[in-house]
Design a protein around this ligand. Structure first.
Ligand code: FAD
Length: 466
């Protein structure tokens, strides 16, 4: 209609993918409209994902770490927890960041339209705003509508005691007994938080290990610690039934740990589903697969050449740093710059206590595919810094190509593993080899020097540790 808004680039969804794409396109001179159904920008990551979870995990980690000070002659009493203040503290971090995004959008003259968008044709969207419907015509569109927590049919998801990650981060209360369904990253991160706050935790996982797909030697380091903290970790076990009863959520398990238990709260963290089916993409001719994923090429282009897609909705690891990098590619391709999404690896981090981080080739994948590798492992029990901070459970592992000696992959467990993995990602992208890493002078005493030492272990220049 004549009342339609007009934009050179419309971005649908304002998560890390969407706002990054909108800002980059605006910086490259495009007129941009950014559509978001929620009142704040930032998507899952800022509002109900990465940021609030890490604010709580930091608190949880310190609460656990003060307990280790007994050996240094310092003891604390039982913590006093004011849940309202904790929630407010977390919300303040989120509000600062989402407020910052709103200011950045304004600065760049990115027009934000609040409402739920859907395609009407390949050049037009309508947005249901709080005050009615708005049409938007566009030359290019970037779909960045993200993902939502997966639910399980038959589970009483409508009961507030059955939570998804969003509800769990809302910190309504501290349940006495909590079940975490799904031993993946999100489930285990929330388990770290609630365990530190005093909940008794059970974890149930269908597969034979926690964080399925992650190398077992890394996962074992975490398991050793959390086994002591949690009541039960039930692997190869299925939640057969779940029912809401007045005195709790009744859960029936089958598999390796059959039985029946009553919990005050259950967190269902079994994965996330892409939102591709919710935007009426067919009206634009954009193909969406049966799960809701949208297929794109290395330019982030969908099957419709002027429509792009980025972030969780295109599949691959559902991570914010993947979304932001794809976002820049889409905006730059639209602006006519020669670019493509072509990383050698996308690092993964579980911000559990201890953290687990990995990148590049894993040993699991190497064995599966018969890829030869050499390995250097440095146990943190031999690191002066790790001993000094009473965190000797960690390890640093590097994998190298036996021919070229170039780094192929890395895995790190321990506090700050997520910070430490960055060096190895750069090493991989730069094609660094064993000697590059081993001969680089890392500061002493740091956890970071375990990376240099793991390379020396692989090289054979350190052969005997203790
Ligand atoms: P999203 O962030 O999901 O944003 C999509 C946006 O689009 C949303 O704001 C949504 O409201 C909006 N939208 C959807 N449909 C429409 C529509 N029709 N109209 C208007 N708006 C619409 N990743 C990490 O890298 N590190 C972490 O530590 C991490 N921790 C996490 C912890 C939790 C508890 C969760 C749930 C996720 C975590 N993630 C983490 C994953 C990360 O949040 C996602 O990968 C990331 O947010 C994906 O970005 P996106 O832009 O693709 O989508």
């Amino acid at each position: 209609t004549t009342d339609d808004l007009v934009a050179e680039v419309v971005v649908l969804g304002a998560g890390p993918g969407g706002y990054t794409a909108a800002f980059r396109a605006a910086d490259l001179g495009k007129e941009v409209i950014l559509i978001e159904r929620y009142p704040t920008l930032g998507g899952a990551c800022l509002n109900v994902g990465c940021i609030p979870s890490k604010a709580l995990l930091h608190t949880a980690m310190i609460m656990e770490e003060v307990k280790t000070l007994g050996s240094m002659g310092v003891t604390y009493g039982e913590p006093e927890i004011d849940l309202d203040r904790m929630r407010a503290g977390k919300d303040k971090v989120v509000a600062r960041l989402t407020g910052g995004l709103a200011a950045l959008a304004k600065q760049r003259k990115v027009q934000v339209v609040q409402g739920t968008g859907r395609f009407e044709s390949s050049n037009r969207l309508t947005v249901e705003t709080p005050d009615g419907s708005v049409g938007i015509r566009f030359d290019h569109c970037i779909i960045a509508c993200g993902s939502s927590p997966m639910t399980i049919p038959g589970f009483p998801h409508e009961d507030p005691r059955v939570m998804d990650s969003t509800n769990a981060l809302a910190l309504a209360d501290i349940p006495a007994r909590m079940l975490i369904v799904g031993g993946g990253i999100i489930g285990l991160e929330m388990a770290s938080v609630y365990s530190a706050l005093g909940s008794r935790i059970d974890v149930v996982e269908l597969k034979e290990q926690l964080m399925p797909g992650t190398d077992l030697d890394l996962v074992r380091c975490v398991e050793k610690i959390i086994k002591k903290r949690y009541d039960r970790i039930m692997l190869e076990t299925r939640v057969e039934r779940m029912s809401a009863e007045p005195d709790g959520i009744r859960v029936v398990f089958t598999g390796k740990h059959p039985g029946e238990e009553l919990y005050d709260s259950v967190l269902v963290a079994v994965g996330r589903l892409p939102n591709g089916k919710l935007i009426h993409a067919e009206a634009a001719g954009v193909q969406v697969d049966q799960h809701g994923f949208i297929k794109v090429d290395a330019h982030q282009r969908t099957n419709v050449p002027h429509i792009f897609a980025i972030g969780d909705v295109v599949g691959g690891p559902m991570l914010a740093h993947k979304a932001t990098h794809e976002a820049k590619v889409a905006a730059e391709v639209i602006a006519g710059l020669p670019t493509r999404f072509d990383p050698l690896t996308i690092p993964s981090v579980a911000y559990t206590d201890p953290e687990v981080a990995w990148m590049g080739l894993t040993e699991t994948k190497a064995k599966e595919k018969g890829i030869p590798y050499e390995k250097g492992v440095f146990p943190w029990a031999a690191s002066g810094r790790a001993l000094g901070i009473h965190r000797e459970e960690g390890l640093t592992k590097l994998l190298f190509d036996p021919e070229t000696k170039r780094i192929l992959g890395a895995g790190i467990v321990g506090p700050n593993a997520g910070e430490l993995i960055g060096e190895t990602v750069l090493a991989l992208e730069m094609g660094a080899d064993m000697e590059d890493i081993g001969l680089t002078i890392h500061p002493h005493p740091t956890l970071n020097e375990t990376i240099g030492l793991a390379a020396e272990m692989a090289h054979g220049s350190i052969t005997d540790l203790m």
